[in-house]
Ligand binder design. Structure first.
Ligand code: FAD
Length: 645
């Protein structure tokens, strides 16, 4: 038995980003003994990278804003595939969550009259993003971390132990959610530094592990984004929803190669930055789709006037939702009008004084100066699309964040599906983390407290199987059956690179049927080879071993993305099919659900060449009539099938 330690908690939260920390605070405040476990250092989650801000209809800069307008923008951005109840809760509750952060010590930028300042972002009708320069995520995490420490101090005063009711296990990776029958019983994890295994027993587990970007070659995402939570849920029997929707942010750095993909925040465009091609043309005016025509400026003059007088002018098309801008950039580059390094130009230098740029966009200024030797106050940046966010995720109940079909499992943040439909608006993730992180923590605590029978016990055999699975890379066989002997085990780094290349080239921003079929074949080959992924050395901090374990997750999640993308024969939001370029109303109410094909839940069992994922369709719940009434009928006609109108 490899398991050396077991601890009992009421709620275990996997992930210490915005969603995980907010969930943990809520669970602890509701009386649940709560453990937080994270791969990275406490305070270093991916959320710290968030730049632009938190979307919340506080109406501080334009009093016309309210939750209904935010709801409308979110549904439009998601092309009406959003789980509408989530979009409603999110729009209604986001302002309270931002205010709450201030009461916990966050300090947002202010308007001249001292209110929380709000900035423009793509797809948002009014200035809506509460921000701290372009370092909003850092402030958000700092504040939540501070709140956790405050709660621990409170517990110390009462119990003499800081960690009696709320404990953080940092630099630990969860590899399995454990179950007793259908119910959650805990998690299996290892310490990254020592390789030591341990089990946290708990009837409620909140998955808040973020996204999947590390399966793609060009990405803005951090090393943590290997789709662990998506895979943990699949393996535990929960379905993933609409995994075909992956957001390619229009503006990532394209040069030098070592920094390709790093994000250039949308605030650059929100604050006045414009996109130009190699001919100097502001090309976005050529790419306004019909569904957005009435809302966007027709001329540069009108677009420019909007920054000063938004009530009497329409916004510039640089502020269209991200999917539209990313596709437009892709088309310009393909047409030979790109920048020298395969992107387009994003210019603030001719739009704002140098001192304003340095004040409003300090991180961007330093990022370009230090990484690319470009002074953005004097010259344009070169930018291109980068894999940024996954809209697909664990299928959850809108109100409770409970994962479908697995009692005791909850999910919040980027790992959860539904909220953003086919495309997320900028700023709507940080608010999503707070709104649904809180709800997940609340319902996880209530579920644990409400258990009437004994808690689900952790089965020794299941924990042993998880330990054996984690140790497999140390005893990887060389050649697969039927292959020539004498070949060394596969290198996990090589496999990862090949996976990233395949996903980037074959299931990337523009998709074609033949290429996605090819991707599925490559994934099957990679799965066979990943069985033989071997590592040398021992369990003390061994990054090769960590990657070998992460590969299981990336391969599962990538198969979900490829299968769902092949199935959805239309273009919508973050999913663009060259062979089906139109948005099709008959797909508007169709969700695609991915489940593990092997009910035993062991991707290493059976034949890895076979697909591991089965895909089913389901019809979405019709939008509640009072919410539909927030839209003009002429607009709805563009999205909804006849029977829904
Ligand atoms: P994360 O913050 O990623 O946290 C995930 C946690 O899970 C981490 O602690 C990680 O260590 C842990 N974890 C993962 N796997 C495991 C495992 N197996 N075991 C244990 N722990 C695990 N959104 C906005 O709304 N506004 C913005 O301005 C904005 N800017 C962005 C800028 C950049 C550069 C990027 C990349 C994204 C930006 N986003 C923004 C998106 C937003 O930051 C993310 O969607 C959001 O932070 C995700 O938060 P989360 O809590 O779901 O996950």
């Amino acid at each position: 038995m490899s398991v050396v330690d077991r601890q009992e908690w009421d709620v275990v939260v996997v992930g210490a980003g915005g969603a995980g920390l907010r969930a943990a605070i809520e669970a602890r405040e509701r009386g649940a003994r709560t453990a937080v476990i994270c791969k990275s250092l406490f305070g270093k989650a991916h959320t710290v990278m968030a730049e632009g801000g938190i979307a919340a209809a506080m109406g501080n800069v334009n009093s016309g804003d309210n939750w209904q307008v935010h709801f409308r923008d979110t549904m439009r951005g998601g092309k009406f595939l959003n789980q509408w109840r989530m979009a409603e809760l999110h729009a209604r509750e986001a302002p309270d969550r931002v205010w709450e952060l201030e009461t916990w010590g966050a300090l947002f930028d202010r308007t001249k009259d001292g209110r929380i300042s709000q900035r423009n972002f793509g797809g948002h009708e009014y200035p809506r993003l509460a921000h701290v320069g372009d370092r909003t995520g850092l402030e958000l995490i700092r504040t939540l971390q501070q709140k956790i420490v405050a709660l621990q101090q409170e517990d110390h005063r009462e119990t003499g132990d800081y960690e009696s009711r709320l404990k953080v296990f940092q630099e630990c990776t969860v590899t399995r959610v454990l179950k007793d029958g259908s119910r959650v019983s805990g998690v299996f994890a290892y310490e990254r530094e020592s390789g030591r295994f341990f089990v946290l027993e708990a009837p409620s587990v909140v998955v808040a592990t973020g996204g999947i970007g590390k399966s793609f070659k060009v990405t803005s995402n951090s090393w943590e984004y290997t789709g662990d939570g998506h895979a943990l849920a699949l393996l535990a029997g929960a379905p993933l929803l609409n995994m075909e929707f992956v957001q390619f942010h229009p503006t990532g750095m394209v040069w030098p190669p070592s920094v390709k993909g790093i994000l250039v925040t949308e605030s650059v465009r929100g604050d006045g930055g414009v996109l130009r091609n190699s001919e100097g043309k502001r090309f976005m005016f050529d790419y306004i789709p019909d569904v957005f025509k009435e809302k966007y400026a027709e001329s540069e003059e009108e677009g420019d006037r909007w920054y000063e007088d938004p009530d009497h002018n329409r916004r510039p098309p640089e502020l269209l939702p991200r999917d539209e801008v990313a596709r437009a950039i892709n088309s310009e580059v393909k047409a030979g009008r790109g920048s020298p390094h395969g992107g387009v130009f994003l210019d603030v230098s001719t739009r704002m004084p140098a001192e304003v740029i340095r004040r409003r966009l300090p991180s961007m200024y330093h990022q370009f100066k230090e990484l690319a030797d470009v002074d953005i106050t004097a010259e344009a940046m070169e930018v291109g699309p980068t894999c940024h966010y996954v809209m697909g995720g664990i299928a959850v109940d809108s109100d409770t964040a409970a994962a479908r079909g697995v009692p005791g499992l909850f999910a919040a943040g980027e790992v959860a599906g539904g909220m953003h439909g086919s495309n997320r608006l900028g700023g709507n993730s940080l608010s999503d983390l707070l709104v649904f992180g809180r709800r997940a923590g609340l319902h996880a605590a209530e579920y644990a407290a409400g258990l009437t029978s004994a808690r689900p016990p952790v089965d020794d055999a299941e924990a042993d199987a998880a330990a054996a699975e984690a140790l497999r890379p140390f005893s990887a066989e060389g050649p697969a059956p039927g292959q020539e002997p004498g070949r060394p085990p596969e290198n996990p780094y090589t496999l990862h690179q090949e996976l990233q290349q395949a996903m980037n080239d074959l299931v990337g921003i523009i998709r074609r049927e033949g290429e996605m079929e090819q991707a599925l074949e490559r994934l099957a080959d990679l799965r066979v080879r990943a069985r033989r992924a071997g590592v040398e050395g021992h369990r003390q901090f061994n990054p090769g071993w960590h990657l070998a374990l992460d590969l299981r997750n990336m391969l599962l999640v990538s198969e979900c993305v490829a299968r769902a993308a092949l199935e959805r024969t239309e273009s919508r939001g973050g999913h663009t099919r060259e062979d089906h370029p139109e948005m099709d109303r008959t797909w508007r109410n169709v969700n695609l659900l991915c489940r593990l094909a092997d009910p035993v839940g062991d991707p290493a069992a059976g034949d890895p060449a076979r697909g591991q994922i089965t895909l089913t369709r389901e019809t979405t719940e019709p939008v509640r009539p009072d919410l539909l009434a927030l839209f003009e009928k002429e607009e709805l006609v563009k999205y909804l099938p006849e029977e829904e109108l």
